[in-house]
Every structure is written in structure tokens, then in C-alpha cells.
Design a protein around this ligand. Structure first.
Ligand SMILES: Cc1cc2nc3c(=O)[nH]c(=O)nc-3n(C[C@H](O)[C@H](O)[C@H](O)COP(=O)(O)OP(=O)(O)OC[C@H]3O[C@@H](n4cnc5c(N)ncnc54)[C@H](O)[C@@H]3O)c2cc1C
Length: 459
């Protein structure tokens, strides 16, 4: 209330929509992806453009409000909202153009991945991004950006050419490899800390519209056997191939009926090359298992990219812990099989492994703030449920499961998965040397820590 009474000049300047607790739209406007982040901001500022953003940040500072910046609203920790503060909401800034000649996409700070996927593919091009279409380009990119094309084209930040940024002082900057190069280094992996990103430019890559994609589920008792096969397969696999492994309970169709309700290990792959190459390259994997129930076939890349959008729709309760790991050892697989079989009722708990290597590992870890490129796999323990009465058990499962896997983890952590933002946790995301370098950048670009609703670098 106090905030709304002080809007004054800001209300006159602001061209977008200002929504407070008494507005009929408030309850819809305050929602973010994770149902656990049920917060009540004092004001939601839906910005129409850069001037609105600058005015909203200035107003938030004048009124000494916490400032949450919301791109796609997908933050696992719910950093795109807050209690009692102002949400600088970019949902009206979703413009996106693709220049087919230069093979460059220009994307505003509120756009979603599905827009980038669709518009790039319309020109026979692609930007490597994540696997859920309603995720924000901004938050994903500023943290790194992992997905099915990461072995072929690298992380999303490896295709990033420039970021347009509004700083806490309302200054507009463009960061590239040559302009504000120090900032560009930090934006690629710790980017939510330095300002509001209003626009991004990405180098796109030619990509055929059809890929080969599928998976097979096997009883979890076969984990070591399957793991050994995948280990051998990955040793000689080309960058076209992305492999994912999951451990969990087969709850929903399309699992084969004989596996319903059983703990399973699921092996999935996407081959981003031609049909002939896919048949040749995936053969060692398919030959080694009973693939009678596999779902492998040629599919549009856009279909694959959209296939989990509904299952991961807005409003579920979600918690995760993640890390990077080296080789798929028997010991590691055994822990996953044990923890993946011992899950609480009333939700969905699982481990996911995503194959790294390929193009990711050909960029030096020193190239950007993102830390962990030398790992073989990204690994997460994820819990999703709907009933708040199940919060404790599901969060406890993810914590316990990841604690059991801690001895296998290697350097770094994917910042976009990190829920904790105390100094020790954020330090462990980047390692001491990079964290100290990021502190220097934070002191230069946001010394008052205006942008602190993130995996925060303390100035
Ligand atoms: C279901 C699910 C699936 C996911 N899948 C993937 C995946 O496949 N690959 C992957 O790499 N990651 C994935 N993630 C992680 C995802 O990348 C992060 O949650 C990301 O931060 C979301 O960005 P957003 O813009 O949607 O989120 P928001 O909640 O809007 O923001 C996230 C953070 O970024 C900041 N931010 C947002 N927009 C801006 C901006 N314009 N300028 C400055 N700061 C900004 C926010 O302040 C906040 O700290 C997934 C997350 C979920 C929940």
C-alpha cells in the first residue's frame, strides 16, 4: 500500500502496466513457474521498453525496495519474484528477429526459448538452448544454457555475440568480446548479477529440421549393465549425438505397461545429423540392449524441443540439486539405482544425466564465468509434486540423494540450478578464483548490490 501511494511521477512516466495487490490481475501477474515461490510483491512493473526498465529500477531504488527481475519466470529458486518488493517484469519485451543472411538472432530480454527455436528453424538455423520451451532466454543464457545441442554447438553462451544491459545506475551498455569485455566474461555464467539484460544477439548455426530421437526404459536392476554400455558408447561418439540417462519410477505413459510403477533406468538420445549417420552412429547403443520397446524415429527438431512443455507446465512444486560428474562408474550408478528406487510417494523424484563433452569441452573454462566444462556429465536430483503437504519429503529426497552423490562430483555447478545463494554456496559454483574476479566486476557494475535476487555475488 505504502508503495502504491508513492508512485507519483513514476506512474506518469511508465508506459507499461503497473499492478498492485488491489488489482484484479494481481494474483495472475505474481505467478512464476515454481509453485513453491508463492510470493506477494508490492508492485509488478510490466515494462514496455528500455525507458520503462530504467524508470522501474530507479523507482525501486528510491523507495528502497527489493528488486526482482523477471525474464521467463522459470527460476528454480523463484528469483523472478519477491515479497514486498518490485518485480521488473519483461514479459512485454518478447521481440525476436532472425537475420538469415548473417545467421544472427536478435532477442529481447523477455523472450521464451520456443520463440527462438521456431524462428531460427524457419530459416533452417538453430541456437543451442534448453529443453523446455517456456523457459526465458534471458535467465537461461545469463547462467550458461545447456540442452540437446550442447555437444554439437556448445552452451548457449558459446553462441552469444552481445548483451545490451541496463545497469543499476540506469546506464545502457553493450557487452561483447571487445566492448566491456570484462563484463561480457561475467555475464556468461553469472549474468543476473550486473543489470537488466534488454537484448541479446546470438550466432545461429545451420541445422536440418529433422533429427533422430528416442529412448528406452529398462528395469533399474540393469543400471550397471546399461551404464557400462553407455560408457563405451560415449568414448567414441560424434558430437551430433546427445545422450541422457534418468533413474526414477515409471509413473506416466508412455512407459511400457510391464514397467508401470517400477523403478527404471531410461536411456535417451538425440542425433542431430542425417538419417544415415544416425543409423550408423546409434548402432552400438541399440545393438547392446533390448530396444524392442524403444521409441527411436525421425522427428522434427521442434517436436523434440516441445515434447516436455506440458509435463513441466507452470505451477507444480519443484526442487532440485545438481552437480557435474566425470565417468559413469559402477559406484556412481549403484548410488543412483539405490536412491532412485527409494523415493517418497505423491510426486515424481528422479535423477537426470546429460552428456557433456564435444563442443562444450573445446572452449576453455577460463573463457567465461561458467564453470564445469571439463565434466563428462551434468547430473541432477529433481523432485516435482503438487501437494504442499509433501514439501518436506520431496525436498529431503533431493538433498539426501545429491549428498550421496557428492563424492563423485567435479569442479563447479550449474548456477541456474542452484537454489541456495549464501556466499559459500555461490563460491562453490565458480571456485575461489572466479568468485573473486566476479566480486571485482560486481563492485564495478553494481556496487550497491541492487540486483541481488539471484545466485548472488556479494560486492
Ligand atoms: C523445468 C525447468 C527446465 C529447465 N531446463 C533447462 C535447460 O534445459 N537448460 C538450461 O540451461 N537450464 C534449464 N533450466 C534452468 C533455467 O535456465 C533457469 O531457471 C533460468 O534462470 C530461467 O530463466 P528465466 O528467464 O525463465 O527465469 P526468471 O525466473 O525470470 O529469472 C531467473 C534469474 O535470471 C534473472 N533474469 C531474468 N531475466 C533477466 C534479464 N532480462 N536481465 C537480467 N537478469 C535476468 C532473474 O533476476 C533471476 O535471477 C530449467 C529450469 C526449469 C525450472
Amino acid at each position: 500500500m505504502k508503495v502504491l501511494a508513492t508512485l507519483g511521477k513514476f506512474r506518469d512516466q511508465f508506459k507499461g502496466q503497473l499492478i498492485g495487490p488491489d488489482d484484479p490481475e494481481y494474483d495472475q501477474a505474481r505467478v512464476v513457474w515454481n509453485g513453491m515461490a508463492d510470493r506477494r510483491p508490492a508492485l509488478i512493473a510490466r515494462c514496455e521498453g528500455v525507458d520503462d526498465l530504467i524508470a522501474a529500477v530507479r523507482f525501486g531504488r528510491e523507495q528502497d525496495l527489493r528488486i526482482a527481475v523477471r525474464g521467463g519466470g522459470h527460476s528454480v529458486a523463484g528469483f523472478g519474484t519477491c515479497d514486498g518488493g518490485i518485480v521488473v517484469d519483461l514479459s512485454r519485451m518478447r521481440g525476436l528477429t532472425v537475420d538469415p543472411e548473417q545467421q544472427v538472432a536478435r532477442v529481447q530480454g523477455g523472450a521464451h526459448l520456443s520463440q527462438l527455436d521456431k524462428q531460427a528453424q524457419a530459416a533452417g538455423l538453430v541456437c543451442p538452448v534448453g529443453v523446455i520451451g517456456h523457459t526465458g532466454v534471458a535467465g537461461l543464457t545469463l547462467g550458461g544454457g545447456m540442452g540437446r545441442l550442447e555437444r554439437k554447438f556448445g552452451l548457449t553462451i558459446d553462441s552469444l555475440l552481445s548483451v545490451d544491459l541496463v545497469t543499476a545506475e540506469g546506464q545502457q551498455l553493450r557487452a561483447t568480446k571487445d566492448e566491456h569485455a570484462d563484463l561480457f566474461w561475467g555475464l556468461r555464467g553469472a549474468g543476473a548479477n550486473f543489470g537488466v539484460a534488454t537484448g541479446f544477439e546470438f550466432q545461429l548455426h545451420p541445422q536440418e529440421p529433422t533429427v533422430t530421437h528416442g529412448w528406452v526404459a529398462l528395469p533399474i536392476e540393469k543400471s550397471l549393465e546399461v551404464g557400462a554400455l553407455v560408457r563405451d558408447f560415449m568414448a567414441a561418439v560424434p558430437d551430433h549425438v546427445f545422450v541422457g540417462l534418468s533413474f526414477g519410477v515409471a509413473t506416466d505413459p508412455p512407459f511400457p505397461a510391464k514397467l508401470a510403477g517400477m523403478p527404471v533406468i531410461l536411456v535417451g538420445a538425440m542425433h542431430a545429423g542425417s538419417q544415415e549417420e544416425a543409423e550408423r552412429d546409434l548402432q552400438p547403443l541399440r545393438r547392446g540392449m533390448d530396444w524392442s520397446a524403444d521409441t527411436f524415429m525421425r522427428k522434427p527438431y521442434l517436436t523434440v524441443q516441445g515434447m516436455s512443455d506440458e509435463a513441466m507446465s507452470w505451477g507444480h512444486r519443484f526442487y532440485m540439486k545438481s552437480g557435474f560428474v566425470g565417468e559413469l562408474t559402477d559406484q556412481l550408478l549403484a548410488v543412483c539405482a539405490a536412491e532412485g528406487s527409494d523415493v517418497p510417494a505423491g510426486g515424481d523424484c528422479s535423477f537426470s544425466f546429460w552428456a557433456m563433452g564435444g563442443a562444450i569441452s573445446r572452449v576453455s573454462d577460463e573463457d567465461s564465468a561458467f564453470t564445469g566444462r571439463t565434466a563428462d556429465w551434468w547430473l541432477s536430483a529433481e523432485a516435482m509434486w503438487d501437494d504442499p503437504a509433501h514439501d518436506r519429503q520431496h525436498m529431503a529426497w533431493a538433498r539426501r540423494a545429491m549428498a550421496a552423490l557428492k563424492p563423485f562430483t567435479t569442479v563447479g555447478q550449474y548456477v541456474n540450478d542452484a537454489v541456495e545463494s549464501d556466499v559459500a554456496s555461490v563460491r562453490s559454483v565458480y571456485g575461489d578464483e572466479k568468485y573473486d574476479r566476479l566480486v571485482g566486476l560486481k563492485r564495478k557494475y553494481d556496487p550497491d548490490n541492487v540486483f541481488r535476487l539471484n545466485q548472488n555475488i556479494r560486492p
